[in-house]
Design a protein around this ligand. Structure first.
Ligand SMILES: [Zn+2]
Length: 279
């Protein structure tokens, strides 16, 4: 199976990924958009085309990997957790700079800023770098499995997995009765140019298992104009990260996490009906 690269770019470095079918009976390859268009023209003009295809990819056996977890302990309610996460793995054509090195940088900076505060927030900040997001979210599933008993103590979870560009909006999923509390959090983000968009957050892949356990989601929307030009391709390199811009994103995550960790009340639990919508 030969498919036109599903990236939004028009260069000759195709986007990679995984097949939804996992039977491996049909070898699959992506070709870059200009090459797919050329092939299309040849087919239209000449009706037939010959393609020579050499595939070197192999599926390796599963191997051990690990989530990396760190905390800044809360001053009053250390057992209550605000989680910020990103994923450690990447497709290895490029450097994994925007997917998801940028997210790792954003949540590590959030942790660094918390650790540097003269007075720690009420609740604990937990930074989780998830293993294996790209090939099955095994790290996220394992985190949720290991922490099921503690899920009720997770006050909110946010994931950074959309590159290093600016945060422009914040959304949430929680108990709708706690909307005012979310509105107060969103007001703190306004000076960074972040607007409160609506109440229907999209949980990222690594926090979806937590949503299923009722954990409220904070969804910081990043500018994705360039994202699908670059991710999962050999173009995902560090030059795509602008230090000044990613600093805004880190500030937005840190502010949201601080507000969730410091606020007197919480966001409740996500009602079952809202959890189902995201299954
Ligand atoms: Zn990712």
């Amino acid at each position: 199976m030969l498919i036109r690269s599903v990236g939004t770019d028009h260069d000759r470095l195709p986007h990679t990924g995984a097949k939804a079918r996992d039977d491996h009976e049909i070898p699959a390859a992506a070709i870059a958009v200009p090459d797919a268009e050329l092939l299309h023209r040849v087919l239209v003009d000449k009706k037939t085309a010959r393609v020579r295809l050499v595939l070197g990819a192999r599926k390796l056996p599963d191997a051990d990997s690990a989530n990396v977890v760190g905390e800044v302990t809360g001053r009053e309610r250390p057992g209550e957790i605000v989680l910020v996460g990103a994923h450690l793995d990447s497709w290895d054509l490029g450097m994994g700079a925007i997917d998801d090195g940028a997210g790792v940088a954003i949540v590590l900076e959030t942790g660094r800023l918390f650790a540097a505060l003269p007075q720690k927030p009420r609740r604990t900040l937990r930074v989780v770098l998830f293993a294996d997001e790209e090939h099955g979210t095994e790290g996220a599933k394992e985190y949720a499995r290991l922490h099921t008993a503690e899920a009720a103590n997770h006050v909110a979870a946010a994931e950074a997995d959309f590159g290093g560009d600016a945060v422009y909006a914040v959304r949430w999923l929680g108990n709708p009765a706690m909307r005012d509390r979310f509105a107060a959090l969103a007001r703190l983000l306004a000076p960074l140019g972040v607007e409160r968009q609506d109440d229907s957050a999209e949980p990222g892949a690594d926090v979806t298992p937590l949503l299923e356990l009722g954990v409220p989601i904070l969804d910081l929307r990043q500018d994705g104009t360039r994202y699908f030009d670059i991710h999962h391709s050999a173009n995902d390199t560090i030059d795509k990260i602008d230090p000044g811009v990613i600093a805004q994103a880190a500030a937005a995550y840190a502010t949201a996490a601080w507000a969730a960790a410091e606020t007197d009340g919480d966001f409740g639990r996500v009602p079952e009906a809202l959890r189902k919508e995201h299954r």
